[in-house]
Design a protein around this ligand. Structure first.
Ligand code: APR
Length: 249
């Protein structure tokens, strides 16, 4: 990355590829596990407000299955390495680390990361359409349980569907403006606005690095792309950064 000693603030964007080796299917790419389909439905056709309005039972069942499934998965070496980087970087006082994830699983947190922005929401959170409250939720929603805050039977998955506004965008753009290094891990670069973060960070002066199994749609925007499995590339890169190597990005 050139001179690691100039790196203070790091923003790390993660996508489905970081959780793939924990056994969670990605959406796109060589190993999406099911050709982008769920019970013959394209995931894009289930993960929309229109689908929820037309057939809420179908959409709730889909998310109930996914919410149950992620709770049986474990963080992998990539999640653990990022948590270690966060802890050691913060401990060294050099600068800020922010993990921005498109993932709706909680594997970064269970891997030990403390500061994770879930821009596409979280499986383990429910959102009440009546009182607008959000709460931790681990069970099913298909039976329309009452909201613990207001009693209305109006809970939906706290997931950002296609066509909805991602969360925490102001904070994310503020961090990108301050970033000296932007690293994208395990994302296909197919879904905006996350796919545009690399350009934004680069225009604001950040060094940019991609770690992904295959070339992504945004590969050309990165100063450097390394291809391989997240459980190998991420721990290697974290070692380099913490050792202050020239190759750290
Ligand atoms: N290590 C590293 N990268 C991997 C691995 C792995 N073990 N396995 C797969 N990948 C890569 C794939 O090659 C692909 O480029 O991870 C990327 C996953 O891409 P997507 O499935 O498109 O996931 P993501 O980029 O997170 O999707 C963005 O799309 O459907 C929406 O809201 C959903 O947050 C999601 C968004």
């Amino acid at each position: 990355m050139g001179d690691m000693s100039k790196i203070r603030n790091i923003v790390i964007l993660t996508g489905a590829g970081v959780s793939a080796e924990s056994g969670i299917d990605t959406f796109r790419g060589a190993n999406d596990g099911r050709g982008g389909l769920w019970e013959e439905h394209r995931v894009e056709d289930v993960a929309t407000p229109e689908a929820y309005a037309a057939d809420p039972g179908l959409v709730l069942r889909f998310y109930d299955m996914r919410r149950a499934s992620i709770q049986t998965k474990q963080p992998n070496a990539a999640h653990l390495a990022l948590a270690r980087l966060e802890a050691e970087w913060a401990g060294s006082g050099r600068g800020a680390i922010l993990i921005v994830t498109q993932n709706v699983d909680d594997l970064h947190e269970r891997g030990g990361a403390k500061r994770v922005l879930h821009m596409h929401g979280e499986h383990l959170s429910a959102w009440c359409g009546a009182c607008d409250g959000r709460m931790e939720w681990t069970g099913p929603l298909i039976d329309r349980p009452p909201c613990p805050l207001c009693g209305a039977r109006a809970l939906r998955p706290d997931i950002v569907w296609f066509g909805e506004m991602p969360y925490r965008m102001e904070e994310i753009y503020a961090a990108l403006r301050e970033a000296d290094l932007f690293v994208s891990i395990g994302t296909s670069g197919a879904v905006y606005p996350a796919a545009g973060f690399v350009r934004h960070a680069r225009e604001m002066g950040a060094r940019t690095l991609e770690l992904n199994l295959e070339a992504s749609q945004g590969s050309a925007w990165f100063h450097e792309s390394r291809l391989g499995a997240a459980t190998e590339l991420v721990p290697e890169w974290v070692e380099e950064v913490l050792a202050g190597d020239e190759a750290g990005g």
